[in-house]
Design a protein around this ligand. Structure first.
Ligand code: PMP
Length: 351
């Protein structure tokens, strides 16, 4: 029997490691919000399920229209995707020829090198500064004539650090206009510092800036997979060309619309999480952890070689966190009770 030859370069692809779910343990590993769906959202999903013998609206037009109205842009400047990770991949597929380069900070969102390589492009990782922040000067210096896309994750996953308005503006002013800067704002709703800009201040007015958001985090729909991008019309048109047909399912579209209806209630839940973030962060600093300031729904513990041992210790307390071997541990903010159990695990870590 012959063996089907597959793409040789896929063997070198880093694996996407999702946060683990362990029965009976508290999961603080995937930056999800702790609360389940609001009754209004659950009802809308139940109603929509009556029609799932039909294909969904492929362009998710009702959702596109709602988002366009919310952000004061045109429908041709909004695309909805199967999670924002799908849109990351679509940006690469839509803009990169084989061998083109995609620049991003490292460490940052794990999917960037994967979607880049899947798209036959070359990842260019630019180390974070010693204070776990984007090094925008070094990222500028990393741009070559082959660079097509730059991802700026703001706030950054997994460090929680954020780029401020003045530094981002200066950066965008200097990026060549044929390079697309994707401002990945998956955690935007948890940002409390007014000096951290809303990406919509730049896109779509700047034609080489795209903003990426998701319903997975603040809106609590991680299991349904829906995200969106706002960018110039020509970018959105290209992104739509590389859709997997019907990839944004009908229940996801309905749930996203119902979540926008319940926006105030959902954002109030984010306020509660932000208060807990402050409590957890302050307690960790008091315990002498060198956590950098965070503006997302997680904290970063730069434990280096002790990262995996910390995660194992947390597991003994029945708390699942997300270690990055040799680098650090990311811990999602959960309910007050969950956070208190986690803090006790942190306090008793001797490693
Ligand atoms: N961007 C960042 C920075 C993320 O952390 C994540 C999820 N971990 C995503 C995008 C993708 O989220 P989703 O596909 O669920 O929208």
């Amino acid at each position: 029997m012959s063996v089907i030859p597959t793409r040789a370069d896929l063997a070198a692809l880093p694996a996407y490691v999702p946060g683990r779910t362990v029965p009976g343990a508290i999961k603080l590993a995937s930056n999800e919000v702790p609360g389940g769906p609001l009754p209004s959202v659950a009802d809308a999903i139940a109603r929509a399920s009556a029609d799932i013998n039909r294909y969904p609206d492929m362009g998710a037009w009702e959702l596109v229209r709602r988002l366009a109205t919310q952000f004061g842009v045109s429908e041709s400047e909004v695309a909805v995707g199967c999670g924002s990770v799908s849109l990351c991949q679509q940006f690469v597929q839509a803009l990169c020829a084989p061998g083109d380069e995609v620049v991003f900070a490292w460490r940052s969102f794990e999917a960037y090198p994967i979607v880049t390589q899947v798209g036959n492009a070359t990842p260019v990782r630019v180390p974070l500064t010693d204070s776990h922040r984007h090094d925008l000067d070094a990222m500028l210096a990393a741009i070559t004539p082959r660079t097509r896309v730059v991802f700026v994750c703001n706030p950054n996953n997994p460090t929680g650090t954020a780029v401020r308005r003045d530094e981002l503006t200066a950066f965008l002013d200097r990026v060549p206009e044929d390079v697309l800067v994707v401002l990945d704002e998956a955690y935007r709703e948890f940002v409390t510092d007014p000096d951290v800009p809303d990406g919509m201040e730049f896109a779509p007015a700047r034609r080489n800036v795209a903003v990426l958001r998701t319903f997975s985090k603040a809106y609590g729909l991680a299991g349904l997979r829906v995200g969106y991008a706002v960018a110039a019309e020509e970018v959105i048109e290209a992104v739509r060309k590389v859709y997997v047909a019907f990839s944004v399912n009908a229940l996801a579209q309905t749930a996203a619309l119902a979540s926008l209806d319940a926006r105030d209630e959902l954002l109030a839940r984010c306020d509660d999480l932000v208060r807990e973030r402050t409590r957890v962060y302050d307690a960790l600093r008091e315990q002498n952890y060198a956590a950098p300031e965070t503006l997302a729904n997680f904290v970063w513990l730069p434990l280096g070689e002790r990262a995996v041992a910390f995660a194992e210790h947390a597991m003994e307390h029945k708390v699942v966190v997300r270690p990055f071997a040799g680098d650090g541990v990311r811990v999602t903010i959960g309910t007050p009770e969950e956070n208190t159990i986690f803090l006790e695990a942190a306090r008793t870590f001797a490693g």
